[in-house]
Design a protein around this ligand. Sequence first.
Ligand code: PLP
Length: 461
Amino acid sequence: MKYVSTRGQAAPVDFVGACLAGLAPDGGLYVPETYPQIAPAGPDEPYAQVAARILSAFAGDAIRETDMLAMCERAYASFAHHSVAPLTQAGAGLWLMELHHGPTLAFKDVAMQIIAQLYDYMLGKSGKRLSIVCATSGDTGGAAAAAFAGARHADLFILHPHERISPVQRLFMTTTGASNVTNLAVDGDFDDCQAIVKSLFADKAFANSVGLSGVNSINWARIAAQSVYYATAQAAFGRKIRFVVPSGNMGDALAGYVAARCGLMTGGFEIACAVNENDALARLFNTGVMSRSPAVATPSPAMDISVPSNFERLLYEATGRDGDAVRSVYDRYKQAGEAALPETAIGRLGCVGITAATVSNADTLAEMARFEAETGWLICPHTAVGTFRARQLPRSDIATIVLATAAAAKFPETVKEATGLDAPLPHRSGALLARGEVFDRLPADLSAIRGAIEAKTHTVP
Ligand SMILES: *Cc1c(COP(=O)(O)O)cnc(C)c1O
């Protein structure tokens, strides 16, 4: 199994290389040179076994299949629901796929739990140690902290904007008690955190000295791990499915496309991406133009994204895998803040079965109340963006599955505002409140952050 860059100018790498590098050296994203064809999931096949088969197909020779199964079994044992991604009916022809049964109550756990296992395995074999740095506006940091706490071959550094994330989100990051997890509360906003992380990677001498690596949503292992629940949903339904995917960076929706390319969606599929008022992805699909506008705060903060990074992987396919064409779009976008997609790519995009639409803040909050009135269930604001979109789609006899990306309890303030109801943490998370939080507050200053990382990096690779 080889991975190539969407911008066509980086040497092919294997699975380990693609995962540990994150971004390709030419600025592109890694995709498989050819999509492996994988046998569909069986209706009674355990989730961890489906995951191991799919991830093994992507890993090729890099990881022994028995080791992969053991890692998947460990990763998914941390989920409160033994089905991992259970389907529940919410109305006529409408289901939720609950992706929030992991340790930090958001779908990021599905990929992060197995990625931490994969990293420890790959690093243990090579004798390397890495410093993983991530900037978070909420859910990714918590999922990474829960997954990497106690990892033997990696230190994790999480940058979050001080007092600008929800208290529950912060608790998930700061209470692991693990010596290899460091939380840095930065006096600034999320963009400041992200800019610092970019500068850390750009400083090659520093990056090499601490073995810098990332686990953000462009990491191929995340996409591969997320394709698994599309396959298990197909196994449960056995017919054509329409997935409605609350989207930000588009990693989740892209994983559905990847599942289809690997032969896992035997009944056929449609993917309807639903975005909040940060509508860059909807503009891309509906106008064929990539244009910049700053991110605005909405009730669904994990989707407040101005550049949906994973779209690049779809564009690569839509250009007929033309790295030069992709590079030219992103170069023009970088220079001018706007770039039209090539006509042929727009034509092909129209045929892959993926659409995108935006949902307003007001509709999101009203949907949370309406959904509760109809079912008695509280949903998180991200999920509500999806269920609102599902109502607008033409009724048909195919099953509609909305991906429930976080538990309502993770966003109690918004749930209260929308429904007047309390969304208490589940019993299993209750212990969080009793544990002490550990984080260091630092100015939004590159050298201060660099110093904090150097001081806590356990060994230099
Ligand atoms: C990250 C996240 C999303 C968006 O997923 P993408 O893969 O970035 O499109 C949606 N909902 C929640 C709760 C998230 O944490």
